[in-house]
Design a binder for this molecule. Structure first.
Ligand code: ADP
Ligand code: ASP
Ligand code: MG
Length: 814
């Protein structure tokens, strides 16, 4: 014989029940089967809600009842041939009437005991098993319904009753030895006490019913049919990359289920383990999938089999000098908890015995506080023990595997992985059997913790980078294009998967948790929600992806003011926006220290020389112990372009206009022409060289005439370039007469920086600087005679985007 158990989602609708029937038929071809069913998906919760509402004299319980009724009647109408419906519907109504009067009773007396609650929830399985058996009758199966309440006997611990095995086993054996039918359908979860009162086996208990029947009948296998294709390496609803574990031992399955892998109710293993009957977990909605086989020993030698977690944990700390070396404290603590039926999920105590820390379900926190503070009231009054500290919103996360004890380094890897991703660990427990290592973390970190651990222990080491890209103007759209072109290469060659999770322009913001399609983002962005940077931040934080990177492609001061908020969430910042690094020194320093503190890179290579590796080179020099003595540079691609093109055949005004059109200047060319942009760049280089410097300490000898400097609007400013043509022509002619070329030079020497237009003689390295190129000469202790020179295209959307991209890849390679 085989036992097949179908969970709530497998019997949630007529469509699903038809799938169940197909699966049962296949098995029934070769052997007798017992089919254990849960209540229709969601019905147990509805029943509990109805009970709680009735108990609070809330008439809304009737709505719940109505929903329950409608769902069952609908399934019958869809499954049972019309001519046979009336008797089935009649029986269902009869059961529902009984349920209704129980709820009415609760409503009247305002009292809901565990015992009455069990009576109410039992209707879920009683109804579902009846419907499934009826539907099978009309599908040519030789089927009988057997109420498992007549077989399973429990104690009176209502809502989570313990099975009396001797009586139960003999009932089951008796029934099945006489059964002549091919298929027996039984309700899961429900039972009776010796006095004949309704009890239940605990939430998720239908699995247990099935295991008890499997064991008592010595069946060949227990099949748990559910809505996922097996027991996964982690809850698939949280970890997309999780996959079904092919084979796992009873012990491992038990640990995983105890630590939250809801797919199997923890007590289920015990009855079948003793007889070494295999369990297989299968997917009703994908019956061909192999599923998970649970046996005595697993053929899978990986020391870690899975990662699981329990939500809604409260961390409770009992602490005080009066506890040290005095026996009996733990006993009193645990006794008072157990008297209140409070289950303890994790315990840690430091060897100093100064404190004991335990994790319990949050719903028990209030009760626990009360009993423990009462139990230790004397010691608290005497200041030997502190009042109990309760911290909610926590979770337990656990690594599980039989072979962990013979592998060193697993806990090291676990904690360093969590640490690197800024998941704070509040408490740790590892049993001496080393079948699991558990840690208490904040609820908000669950998804990140599961995913980082999963990636570290189960995935080939592809690193996923999650980009939140602000600005898709010239630079931003080029960046998106470059990422698109390079995605496959990075994945195959560097094992870096780059996903753009969010994109914004100045009006809209588009999010896609699976990664935005980079072929086609324009239209979705136009149709996306309105830009709101507060909401944007809230979403990035909520997604809480590891390796999140905030990419700023704007020149906007407001956006640069947001970096600290991202770094504090361990989100890296990559930016071509110079404002942050050239703002006041304390802000620059603060961002750098946040980056260190939160382990979130803050990279701005493109702040100086677009894609040229200037800052990175400087960083490497400093990190390796070199000291910068002097920097000479031409750092404005825009000004270089302008002065390379300005000659006797054109006007300064024309050339500036042309530079704007070709994208060589900032949208407002005054930022370039005034020298502010170059001041910012030399400031950043000075700071990166280790000098404390402010923007207003930089000497700026402007080549602009007074009227240009005083112009209010951009249009006025452009007009002054026309009006002052003689002024500009003279600058050119002077240089030309001296056989010099004009270069806008930024210098840093001996702690001081200055910028200004200079006449450069033909023997100087700046003389032949073409187009919009940049050049930097680093004079350092090591490069004291001949400077280290970096030269190349220093402006333009393409090279800036590639510089941003290089920063992103730096994070990936880290
Ligand atoms: P059923 O109603 O069939 O008994 P459950 O909802 O009790 O189903 O259990 C199945 C669910 O368990 C899955 O949908 C999944 O969300 C959850 N789950 C949690 N951890 C795991 C895991 N490690 N592997 C598979 N499923 C898991
Ligand atoms: N219906 C019960 C529950 O939802 C038992 C089960 O489905 O296993 O907990
Ligand atoms: Mg279940």
């Amino acid at each position: 014989m085989k036992v097949l158990k179908f969970g709530g989602s497998s019997v949630a609708s007529s469509e699903n029940i038809n799938k169940v029937i197909t699966i049962v038929k296949e098995s029934a071809n070769s052997t007798n089967v017992a089919v254990v069913v849960s209540a229709l998906g969601g019905v147990t919760d509805l029943l509990l809600e109805a009970g709680n509402l009735a108990c609070k004299s809330n008439e809304l319980y009737k709505n719940r009842l109505k929903t329950i009724e409608e769902r069952h009647l609908q399934v019958v109408r869809e499954l049972i041939p019309v001519n046979n419906q009336s008797s089935v519907l009649g029986s269902i109504k009869k059961k529902l009437n009984k349920l209704e009067s129980t709820l009415e009773g609760v409503f009247l007396i305002n009292e809901l005991s565990h015992k009455t609650s069990d009576k109410i929830v039992s209707f879920g399985e009683l109804l579902s098993s009846f419907i499934v058996a009826e539907a099978m009758k009309y599908s040519n199966l030789d089927v009988i319904l057997k109420n498992s309440q007549e077989l399973i006997v429990t104690n009176e611990n209502f809502s989570n009753a313990s099975v009396k095995f001797e009586k139960t086993s003999s009932n089951i054996k008796d029934f099945f030895s006489q059964n002549k039918h091919q298929v027996v359908v039984l309700p899961g979860f429900v039972a009776l006490t010796e006095k004949g009162e309704v009890s239940t086996l605990g939430r998720g208990g239908s699995d247990y019913t099935a295991a008890i029947i499997t064991s008592a009948t010595n069946s060949s296998i227990l099949e748990i049919w559910t809505d996922v294709s097996g027991m996964y390496t982690a809850n698939p609803k949280f970890v997309r990359q999780a996959f079904p574990i092919k084979n796992i031992s009873y012990q491992e399955a038990m640990e995983l289920s105890h630590f939250g892998a809801k797919v199997l109710y923890p007590p289920t293993i015990q009855p079948v383990l003793e007889k070494e009957i295999p369990i297989v977990i299968k997917n009703t909605f994908n019956s061909k999938a192999e599923g998970t086989l649970i046996t005595k020993v697993s053929s899978n030698k990986n020391p870690i089999k899975g990662i699981s977690h329990i939500e809604n944990m409260a961390l409770i700390t009992l602490e005080g000098s009066g506890m040290v070396g005095i026996p009996g404290f733990s006993k009193r603590l645990f006794e008072s908890l157990s008297q209140q039926r409070i289950n303890v999920s994790l315990i840690t105590q430091a060897s100093s015995e100064h404190s004991i820390c335990i994790a319990i379900d949050t719903s028990d926190a209030e009760k626990a506080t009360l009993v423990i503070n009462t139990e230790f009231s004397y010691e608290i009054e005497q200041h030997k023990v502190e009042p109990l500290l309760v911290e909610k919103n926590n979770a337990i996360i656990a690594l599980v595997g039989d072979n962990m004890k013979s592998h060193q380094g697993i806990s090291g890897k676990m904690f360093s992985t969590l640490g690197k991703n800024n998941v704070n660990i509040r408490a740790i427990a590892q049993g001496a059997s080393e079948k699991n290592i558990s840690a208490v973390i904040a609820h908000k970190d669950i998804k990140k913790a599961l995913n980082t651990l999963h990636s570290a222990f189960f995935e080939d080491q592809t690193k996923q980078l999650n980009l939140f890209v602000v600005g898709v103007g010239n630079v931003g759209s080029k960046l998106v294009q470059q990422i698109k072109n390079q995605q496959q290469y990075l994945l195959e060659n560097l094992k870096i998967q780059v996903r753009v999770i969010a994109l914004t322009n100045s009006k809209k913001m588009l999010f896609n948790e699976d990664g935005i399609d980079l072929e086609n983002w324009n239209v979705p962005l136009e149709n996306a929600e309105n830009l709101n940077m507060d909401l944007f931040h809230a979403k990035v934080t909520e997604l809480n992806y590891r390796n999140s990177i905030f990419v700023d492609n704007t020149a906007n001061e407001r956006i640069s003011g947001l970096y600290a908020n991202y770094l504090k969430e361990s989100v890296a910042v990559v930016t071509c926006n110079k404002i942050a690094c050239s703002s006041n020194y304390s802000n620059y320093l603060n961002l750098k220290s946040l980056a260190r503190e939160y382990n979130a890179p803050f990279l701005f290579e493109t702040n100086v020389g677009a894609g040229l590796p200037i800052i990175d080179t400087l960083k490497n020099l400093i990190a390796s112990g070199d000291k910068v003595t002097k920097i000479q540079s031409v750092l404005s691609g825009s000004l270089n372009f302008i002065f390379n093109n300005f000659n006797e055949n054109n006007s300064f005004h024309e050339v500036v206009q042309k530079a704007g059109i070709e994208g060589y200047t900032e949208p407002d060319p005054r930022i370039d022409l005034s020298g502010v942009d170059v001041m910012r760049k030399i400031l950043i280089l000075a700071r990166e060289s280790g000098t404390k410097l402010e923007l207003d300490a930089i000497e700026n000898d402007s080549f602009l005439p007074q009227s240009s400097l005083e112009a209010v609007s951009l249009a006025d400013f452009m007009e002054t370039l026309n009006v002052e043509a003689t002024h500009f022509n003279k600058i050119y002619q002077n240089a030309s007469m001296n056989n010099c070329r004009l270069k806008y030079v930024a210098e840093f020497d001996n702690g001081k920086a200055k910028v200004g237009l200079k006449e450069i003689t033909s023997d100087h390295p700046f003389y032949n600087l073409e187009g919009s190129d940049n050049i930097v000469l680093f004079f350092t202790e090591r490069y004291s005679q001949q400077p280290l020179i970096i030269k190349g295209a220093g402006a333009g959307a393409d090279v800036t985007a590639s510089g941003l991209f290089a920063d992103i890849i730096r994070i990936g390679n880290n």
